[in-house]
Design a protein around this ligand. Structure first.
Ligand SMILES: [Mg+2]
Length: 366
């Protein structure tokens, strides 16, 4: 049955969490971090006949944050009371700190809340956000780890081009900015792989000093790169601006933003704001962040988690694109059914209620 949201929805009867870790095919690295697996922390909220699903890519410790600090807030709550529970959860983080791990945990629960509310009302999450503006959204191929050899990079780029990607992004800033020659030669190689019709993007993950970033940025301009992500640490906002004013390519950041205060600090120093719904307060935080970016005349780009972002991104007017990050694009169909399909350069969400994603049965049991 469906519910009238003026009279409230069914109570949330059960809060379940689970952690799934997906090894990468081999160790991977960007400019400042190495990893060999990706961990998804999943939340399942049950109300009536409906189950809402949310997730964050985080530490397994995010599960404990949900169970110890957030589950009691949403258990027994009205399934349609999404905004009220967001406020209650955020208040519960006062002494812990509301950013970092806590924001990851809150984000997972909020995404599950949106999914559940939409399913209870018999509609999708875009409709709850005011309605889809478009049926699909542009994506860009993302990966290009510093650990890949030339053949592996060529294979990765080829897979994105087969999906119709018109933009691709690789990692630079290798070993904290100590391999600049290799960084630039890899961009040069990328240019040869994609040809003139595909835009090139790079992400230094904060690996350069401000001076290095300015000099690398000028070389990137010459190579035709139009997106220079986190040239320096995104915590160093004045340095971000320094780089931004020195180069032609867009300077971007925002993937670590946890709330509107973080976003407000970045808006004056970026050309496009990146936002991650699994970190910035769920769909609630993502939509609010996108609106705040619009107040500076900026577009937003969804960071990673393409399956999670695609359904809500269709309702965001100032959305530029969604990052089709290779690790997540690989694991999301293993974890969930209903994952958005990538073809012809766009991601098309499934037509199901909520965000259209459900936990796959093999993934449902440890
Ligand atoms: Mg990044």
């Amino acid at each position: 049955m469906t519910w009238d949201n003026r009279s409230g929805g069914p109570p949330i009867a059960r809060v379940r969490t689970l952690v799934r870790t997906f090894p990468t095919p081999e160790p991977e690295a960007d400019g400042t971090l190495e990893w060999s697996a990706t961990t998804a922390v999943v939340v399942l909220l049950e109300a009536g006949d409906h189950i809402g699903l949310g997730l964050t890519y985080s530490s397994p410790a995010a599960e404990a944050v949900i169970q110890h600090h957030l589950a009691d807030i949403v258990r027994g709550s009205d399934a349609l009371a999404v905004a009220a529970d967001w406020e209650a959860m955020h208040r519960a983080g006062r002494n812990l700190g509301t950013r970092g791990l806590f924001a990851h945990a809150l984000s997972a629960v909020d995404i599950a809340r949106w999914d559940l509310a939409a399913r209870v009302l018999g509609t999708n999450v875009a409709a709850l956000a005011g309605g889809a503006i478009r049926g699909s959204i542009p994506f860009y191929g993302s990966g290009g780890f510093t650990t890949l050899d030339d053949t592996q990079l060529a294979d990765q780029v080829d897979s994105w081009l087969r999906d119709g990607a018109t933009r691709v992004k690789i990692k630079i800033g290798e070993s904290w900015g100590t391999r600049i020659d290799r960084d630039l030669s890899r961009v040069h190689r990328l240019a040869a792989l994609v040809g003139p019709g595909v835009a090139m993007m790079v992400d230094a993950n904060g690996g350069y000093s401000p001076g290095q970033a300015r000099r690398v940025g000028l070389a990137l301009d010459d190579l035709g790169v139009d997106w220079f992500e986190e040239p320096v640490s995104s915590d160093a906002v004045s340095s971000l601006n320094l780089v931004r004013l020195s180069v032609r390519c867009d300077v971007t950041a925002g993937e670590y933003a946890a709330d509107l205060y973080d976003i407000a600090a970045l808006l004056p120093v970026v050309d496009c704001l990146q936002l991650d719904a699994t970190r910035c307060g769920g769909y609630t935080g993502f939509l609010r962040g996108a609106a705040l970016a619009a107040s500076s005349g900026l577009q937003v780009s969804a960071h990673c988690a393409p399956a999670v972002h695609a359904p809500i991104a269709t309702a965001v007017p100032n959305l530029r694109h969604v990052e089709y990050f290779v690790d997540h694009a690989r694991l999301e169909p293993q974890l969930m059914d209903g994952v958005a399909t990538a073809a012809d350069g766009v991601l098309t969400p499934s037509a199901g209620n909520g965000h259209g994603l459900t936990l796959r049965r093999p993934a449902a049991t440890p």
